[in-house]
Design a protein around this ligand. Structure first.
Ligand SMILES: [Zn+2]
Length: 142
């Protein structure tokens, strides 16, 4: 018998972000090309659930925070988290834009922006394990 029974926990996260001054985002040619490579050429599905429906492409390092980030530290992270192997192939090539293919992750709309499932809505310790839930079950409540 488990010490702690299954239970629901309701947390409210209040996030205050200091975005640096940045240009208004527009979809760059690099982003369009890389999205095409990931979703059409490589036929990748959502990194969390695998679906090929309603696919979007997520920036691992947020576009609007880019002016505040150290490119070498970004590359260091992307060498560790390299789900498609691009960092391994591109070696020391600097990451010069948030639209670099190494900084992109294919997600379905639900796991990207979904209120109770999206990477933009949940904390990391709750969002990430959704990928490993047995039998495709859910770990969040609507
Ligand atoms: Zn998904």
């Amino acid at each position: 018998m488990a010490d702690v029974k299954a239970h629901e926990q309701d947390d409210t996260v209040h996030e205050r972000v200091l975005y640096p001054e940045h240009v208004q985002r527009t979809e760059s040619a690099a982003f369009r090309d890389n999205k095409h490579i990931l979703t059409k050429k490589l036929q990748l599905g959502c990194w969390v659930c695998g679906t090929r429906e309603n696919l979007e492409v997520h920036h691992l390092h947020e576009w609007a925070l880019w002016p505040k980030l150290d490119a070498e530290r970004v590359l260091e992270f992307l060498r560790c988290f390299d789900p498609y192997g691009f960092s391994r192939h591109m070696g020391e090539q600097p990451v010069e834009s948030p639209d670099d293919i190494r900084n992109l992750l294919v997600l379905c709309e639900e796991h990207h922006r979904g209120v109770d499932t999206g990477v933009h809505k949940l904390t990391y310790p709750i969002w990430l394990p959704q990928r490993a839930v047995r039998g495709g079950g859910e770990i969040t409540v609507e």
